[in-house]
Design a protein around this ligand. Structure first.
Ligand code: ATP
Ligand code: FE
Length: 371
């Protein structure tokens, strides 16, 4: 089987061709990070235009790299949600066009499910059930994956996701975020003392698996203000003393941000093992999972709890087409797909877009009080 996967839910336009044995035959990602750096966030209309400009070329290139023609494909998979609807529709309309023209089955993919399942492409013996921590720009999820398409949400963020916090703090510290705030902050933190500034770990008093990063962001903002750091002055222009202060803030923020992840994961492991005692792995995926410090600390935590950490390589943690192709393939194999769109379907038809789409069901209410 050969599946083409297309991803346009946020700020990356991506496509890939994946074979059922897990071989990645072709993959292309075109990023809008420099646009974001310029305008301070994702402006939906601008992001849509950027996707529309490159989508044909990105798909074409992925097929060429794979040395595959559309007619050789078994199915076309595309992210249908969650994400910005203007952006999603660029990918969906392209995917339907290919599916229609070449009479191919169509698989609508959940972006966060794709972040989780790409771990099964990397780790062939990763069986269900497993626990997953999905950490990215818009999501912070702890998921118990019972089976393909059967997920229970143990925790989510009550405000911001950790990736959003990394992006904001990077901006406030005057970092060059053209390649993303997270990687820039990770690099600066290496120069700093993580114990220099005492930020407090969020939600200590809540004995559940939810997250909160808004309060930590505020703590960091106040610290930046009290140290009279001018965010408009790029880090490349400040003196060594100020650079080291900024690095201390970065490292201290990162330490606490990850301690919060760690604490929630530890509880989630406990909860998950009660429900599914056969769980052996914690999957960590999403953009923030490409961070080496995050990986190292979660690896130690998981080891202490007798589990194994499965973390895809960085290029498969951030948004990519491979995860969409692979997730499409997993569903297709089980017969979960739509028939090829009718030949007379009008151009630019976009059905079943799901900008807001929870992954699985929430854990039965009251569970957190009971523990
Ligand atoms: P979502 O998956 O929630 O829809 P998204 O698709 O925009 O959001 P991803 O591409 O999965 O997000 O991840 C991007 C996020 O990951 C950004 O917030 C970015 O700062 C963060 N990130 C990427 N690399 C790193 C890193 N090395 N350290 C910390 N954060 C990182
Ligand atoms: Fe993502």
């Amino acid at each position: 089987l050969l599946v083409l996967g297309i991803e346009t839910s946020c700020d990356d336009t991506a496509a890939a061709v994946v074979r059922s044995n897990g071989d990645i035959l072709g993959q292309v990602v075109s990023s809008q990070a420099d646009l974001l750096a310029q305008f301070g966030g994702v402006a939906p209309k601008m992001a849509e235009e950027a996707h529309a400009k490159v989508i044909d070329q990105v798909v074409q290139q992925a097929l060429e790299e794979a040395n595959v023609k559309e007619g050789d494909l078994s199915a076309v998979a595309v992210t249908i949600g969650p994400g910005l609807s203007l952006c999603l529709r660029v990918g969906v309309s392209k995917a339907r066009k290919i599916a229609r023209n070449f009479c191919l089955p169509f698989v609508g993919v959940h972006h966060m499910e794709a972040h989780a399942l790409v771990a099964r492409l990397m780790e062939k013996d990763l069986q269900f059930p497993f626990l997953a921590l999905l950490i990215s720009g818009g999501h912070n999820l702890l998921i118990l994956a019972h089976d393909l398409g059967h997920y229970v949400q143990l925790g989510t963020t009550i405000d911001d996701a950790v990736g959003e916090a990394y992006d904001k703090v990077a901006r406030w510290l005057g970092l060059d975020i053209r390649k993303g705030g997270g990687p820039a902050l990770e690099a600066l933190a290496l120069e700093g003392n993580a114990d220099a500034i005492k930020f407090s770990i969020p939600m200590k008093q809540h004995k559940d698996c939810n997250f909160s990063y808004a309060g930590l962001k505020t703590q960091v903002r106040l610290s930046i203000q009290s140290h009279k750091i001018n965010s408009a002055i790029p880090i490349s222009s400040v003196n060594p003393q100020e650079r080291s202060l900024r690095a201390d803030i970065a490292a201290s923020f990162q330490r606490v941000a990850v301690s919060h992840l760690e604490e929630r994961c530890e509880r989630a492991i406990e909860w998950a093992l009660e429900i599914e005692p056969t769980i052996k792995c914690l999957v960590v995926s999403g953009g923030v999972a490409s961070n080496k410090y995050v990986r190292a600390r979660l690896d130690r935590l998981v080891g202490r709890n007798g589990l194994k950490l499965v973390c895809p390589p960085p290029s498969l943690c951030t948004d990519n087409g491979v995860m969409v192709a692979w997730t499409g393939l997993e569903h297709y194999r089980l017969g979960r797909f739509d028939d090829p769109p009718p030949a007379d379907e009008p151009e630019d038809t976009v059905l079943d877009l799901r900008p807001r789409w929870p992954l699985g069901e929430e854990l039965i209410k009251g569970r957190s009080q009971a523990l």
